[in-house]
Design a protein around this ligand. Structure first.
Ligand SMILES: Nc1nc(=O)c2c([nH]1)NC[C@@H]1CN(c3ccc(C(=O)N[C@@H](CCC(=O)O)C(=O)O)cc3)C=[N+]21
Length: 281
């Protein structure tokens, strides 16, 4: 039997808690969102984030940054938001327009405002399993919340992370390592036959490479937990990186797309934002 990891359901639980926390704070909570207005995906996702934020009582300030801007001008914008007491958190939606070095922009965000946990400082704290509080990238943190909710153990388990982006793979591998899993990271230069062998060992597979149906059920270990971070559009429909149907009866747990990791990402971003508001009040 394959059980669904219902991200939509768990996201709702987190969102309800966030709304209560926002209501319990005696000051407004504002998330500034920097995004490329010419990117269709960014338009879609930033719209979803702003609508959800509004429902929870979090204000957003969506700031379009187009191709006429430079890395320097966007960093200057981030610095003005860092200094703005009316701004609780800052999110830099990826990808920014071509030519803008987004990792430099991520790292310009003050750690005390890094709602998306992508700056070098907080990623270093995650890598070092720091004792002080810090924010963690929304997608992999959301995955951990989902594993926790369903009581899926990580300690001593073999975890395979496929993808090594700043947004997902790198922080995902650090989180699983900090949670005592034995972690392997595969990426575009991993040989296909090596990937197949690694998959057969993996109790937990977390994949985000942006290739529809990249992972087939027959390649999974029996009883695996499968986390699908893929967000592809096939025939106008949101489709993950895992061939969902072929994983039935092989995986014990799997996230659907849509309704899996996506809603958890948004819930975690807003959870991070209220946490920053509480810490910096
Ligand atoms: N700095 C930054 N942080 C991000 O977290 C970030 C980003 N940049 N760039 C782009 C990706 C993508 N992303 C999604 C979030 C939610 C859904 C989501 O909720 N999707 C719905 C389906 C939506 C549909 O049907 O199209 C679901 O999975 O149920 C999708 C994609 C966040 N991203």
């Amino acid at each position: 039997m394959t059980e669904l990891l219902d991200g939509a359901k768990v996201a709702k639980i987190i969102n309800d808690k966030t709304a209560q926390r926002v209501a319990g704070l005696d000051k407004p909570v504002t998330l500034a969102v920097i995004y490329d207005p010419d990117n269709e995906g960014s338009q879609l996702y930033v719209g979803m984030k702003s609508r959800k934020a509004a429902k929870l009582g979090i204000q957003t300030r969506d700031i379009p940054v187009g191709a006429d801007e430079t890395t320097e001008s966007v960093i200057a914008l981030v610095e003005s938001l860092n200094a703005d007491d009316d701004v609780t958190g800052i999110l830099v939606q990826s990808p920014l327009a071509k030519g803008i070095k987004e990792r430099q922009v991520f790292s310009a965000v003050a750690p005390s405002k890094d709602a998306d946990g992508l700056g070098a400082k907080v990623q270093g704290m995650l890598f070092g399993d720091a004792l002080e509080p810090y924010t963690v990238a929304a997608t992999p943190q959301g995955v951990m919340s989902l594993l926790n909710y369903y009581h899926i153990p990580t300690k001593g388990k073999v975890a395979l992370v496929i993808g090594r982006s700043q947004l997902f793979g790198r922080p995902m591998s650090a989180l699983l390592n900090n949670a005592d899993a034995t972690v392997t990271v595969a990426h575009r230069f991993t040989e296909p036959d090596i990937l197949k062998r690694l998959l057969k060992f993996a109790d937990i597979v977390a994949v985000g490479v942006g290739i529809p149906n990249f992972i087939k059920g027959k390649d999974l270990k029996q009883g695996a937990t499968v986390i699908d971070v893929g967000m592809n559009v096939v025939d106008g429909k949101a489709t993950g990186d895992v061939d969902f149907d072929s994983a039935q009866g092989i995986a014990d747990f799997i996230t659907p797309v849509p309704g899996g990791v996506g809603p958890m990402t948004i819930a975690t971003l807003l959870e991070n934002t209220i946490t920053l508001a509480e810490q910096n009040k």
